[in-house]
Design a protein around this ligand. Structure first.
Ligand SMILES: Cc1cc2nc3c(=O)[nH]c(=O)nc-3n(C[C@H](O)[C@H](O)[C@H](O)COP(=O)(O)OP(=O)(O)OC[C@H]3O[C@@H](n4cnc5c(N)ncnc54)[C@H](O)[C@@H]3O)c2cc1C
Length: 282
């Protein structure tokens, strides 16, 4: 018999995790329940987070957008779309309306799938993840949270409380390639951010490495090629940006795609995302 705790505060959730060794967190259940149904997961106890209102908070300031771990994809589509448009684009691309209503940003991060759509966006935006455990709170950069394929640095007695996404003056894009246009897991994805204040390009790839992959060489070459006053760049620089990013990718062949197709897709979507970023910022 699985024991189920139904905390209503984050503190109660942390307490429930500590009291039940082996207990696992359940948010929207869109990953968790699939694993249970396939028999890949048999937790002795479950801590259900749905009643923890604190986890659904959203706050927007001039500097940062703070999203509770329980914010769903549907929550990200709407008022937040003008604030973190790349994250909204990623949220819109996830599953079906039912999945978007149930699935949470915290669950996407904790699952840490290479194909998790919010991960490259959060990596490109320099997001930091707030965790709470019995010892208190700590904050880690996204790249320190996701350590491998479905592996994270979250301790068994901790939960993700929130994600802090720095606001960037400029433009941002998320582009995803799958085997069809809707209800699809990414074969490759790319998030591109143009930071006009810092004159920086930031780009992170999804589904082509064990973790969301920043591509510093491509970022630097593109930043050099941009005329930051006019927000324009030569066509050859855009192509080269995509090609350098594709070289940095470490894709595998699996049932969804070949490595060669994934690498080619990276070149195309990075160039496309950058072109759109320049258009939006111009
Ligand atoms: C049909 C279908 C289509 C999908 N399409 C996509 C897609 O296009 N793109 C995509 O990225 N994903 C997709 N997914 C995967 C899934 O929807 C996401 O990964 C989702 O964000 C998981 O969130 P959840 O709230 O459902 O998490 P759950 O399933 O409840 O939990 C997932 C994992 O996270 C842990 N967890 C949950 N909350 C926390 C927390 N606050 N702190 C620490 N750990 C926590 C759980 O213990 C569990 O290990 C799809 C899933 C399905 C079933």
């Amino acid at each position: 018999m699985v024991r189920i705790a139904r905390p209503v505060t984050v503190d109660e959730a942390v307490e429930a995790l500590s009291e039940e060794p082996g207990a696992q967190l359940l948010a929207g259940g869109t990953d968790f329940c699939v694993e249970v149904n396939f028999g890949h997961r048999r937790p002795p106890a479950v801590v259900a987070l749905r009643r923890v209102d604190e986890l659904t908070h959203r706050e927007v300031t001039d500097e940062v957008v703070t999203l509770g771990a329980g914010v769903t994809y549907s929550d990200l589509v709407g008022p937040l779309s003008g604030v973190v448009p790349a994250l909204t684009a990623a949220a819109r691309s996830v599953g079906s309306p039912q999945i978007r209503n149930a699935g949470t940003i915290g669950g996407n991060l904790a699952t840490a799938s290479p194909a998790g759509d919010t991960l490259p966006v959060l990596a490109a935006l320099g997001a930091r993840v707030g965790l709470r455990g019995p010892g208190g709170e700590r904050t880690v950069a996204l790249e320190d949270l996701v350590t491998g394929v479905k592996r994270t640095s979250i301790r068994p007695d901790e939960l993700i409380v929130e994600v802090a996404v720095p606001r960037v003056r400029g433009s941002q894009q998320f582009v995803k390639v799958g085997t069809r246009n809707a209800m699809v897991i990414a074969i490759a994805s790319a998030a591109v951010v143009l930071d006009r204040d810092r004159r920086e390009v930031r780009c992170a790839l999804g589904s082509v490495a064990p973790v969301p992959l920043r591509v510093p060489l491509a970022e630097a070459s593109m930043a050099d090629a941009i005329d930051w006053e006019r927000m324009a760049a030569p066509a050859a620089a855009l192509t080269s940006f995509g090609e350098i990013a594709a070289e940095a990718a470490a894709p595998i062949s699996d049932h969804r795609s070949t490595a060669a197709y994934r690498r080619r897709a990276v070149a195309v979507i990075c160039e496309r995302a950058m072109r759109r970023c320049l258009r939006d910022a111009g």
